[in-house]
Write a protein that binds this ligand. Structure first.
Ligand SMILES: [Zn+2]
Length: 323
């Protein structure tokens, strides 16, 4: 029920009813509503931008916690990387060196990310950069660890076979010291005795009289002569396993047959002058993984330090080889 309002009219000296104008009322209502909406909007904007809701406060606390944790994790990854790189260093410079395992390249050790972008689902957030960086570090660390553990597996196997390995690798002189006239020619560039040209000499020549015994320098098996080795005359080749082979050339007589198992120190033949040879001598080669290497590094079983040094000096003198 609307109240009826009256007002005093001084002209008629009477109270008269107040008649409300509909249009005026509408304007007043509209004005009030507009003011309320504007005020409300301003309030909302202020609240939205400057005042956190309890939920927002909680979320912000959570984000701070995550940031702290991610920093902590980064520090832990740093520590783990440090420990791992120490292991890698020791592995490369000590363990793999002792067992003569092939070195692992720095590139492989680094453990790349691989071509595919695995982190797309992490993109598009404020913390994407940090998160992806941390993921990459952990992934890389896992790969490096995997490579390191593979390396240790390999070494464990080598350690298991260590006795076989030590018995197999060439480790003595093929001709006894007492039988040697002199060390004729070492590994390196020498004048070829027959062609008289400067040529790589891929072994060591031991000068000794025809018929001097020649001994196998490590355990293994005699193998069939390879093609293109006529220049070595009568010769013996032994496969020692572990990537090692030895060759004994210009023999007067061969005492072993291809396929025969051979022990270190076993008589395998006698010094001679067969093939491309200018005087009785033994041409001795050590081959590792298909590459001819300096046999001087493989006499460690039967030379004293001074004998070794003397031999080394002699073997490096640029004399003519007997081939
Ligand atoms: Zn030679």
């Amino acid at each position: 029920m609307a109240k009826i309002k009256y007002f005093y009219n001084p002209h008629s000296l009477d109270f008269e009813k107040v008649t409300t104008n509909v249009r005026g009322l509408a304007i007043r209502v509209f004005g009030f509503l507009s003011a309320s909406i504007v005020a409300g909007a301003i309030l909302l904007i202020v609240a939205y931008n400057y005042i956190d809701s309890p939920k927002e406060k909680m979320l912000k606390r959570e984000i701070d916690l995550y940031k702290e944790q991610s920093e902590l994790l980064n520090k832990k990854v740093d520590q783990l990387s440090g420990v791992l790189s120490e292991l890698q260093d020791r592995d490369a410079s000590i363990y793999r060196a002792i067992f003569e395992a092939d070195p692992i390249s720095a590139n492989i050790r680094k453990g790349g990310y691989g071509g595919v972008d695995k982190y797309t689902e992490l993109k598009g957030y404020a913390s994407s950069g940090e998160l992806i960086a941390l993921h990459k570090r952990v992934d890389q660390l896992s790969k490096q660890l995997y490579i390191q553990s593979k390396s240790f597996d390999e070494l464990a196997k080598l350690a298991e076979n260590k006795n076989d390995f030590l018995a197999a690798i060439p480790a003595i002189q093929p001709v006894a010291n007492k039988d040697l006239r002199r060390m004729a020619s070492g590994f390196g560039y020498r004048v070829h005795p027959i062609y008289k040209t400067y040529k790589m000499h891929t072994g060591i020549d031991f000068t000794a009289p025809t018929g001097t015994p020649i001994y196998a320098t490590g355990n293994g098996r005699a193998i069939n002569p390879e093609d293109g080795m006529a220049g070595y005359g009568n010769h013996v080749m032994i496969d020692h396993g572990f990537g090692y082979k030895t060759l004994y050339g210009h023999l007067h007589r061969v005492k072993v047959k291809p396929g025969q198992k051979i022990k270190r120190g076993q008589l395998i033949g006698y010094v001679g002058n067969t093939g491309l040879s200018s005087a009785p001598h033994l041409h001795y080669e050590v081959i590792k993984n298909g590459k001819k290497i300096n046999p001087i590094n493989y006499f460690f079983n039967d030379l004293s330090e001074s004998e070794y040094t003397a031999m080394r000096v002699l073997s490096e003198r640029p004399t003519q080889s007997f081939d």
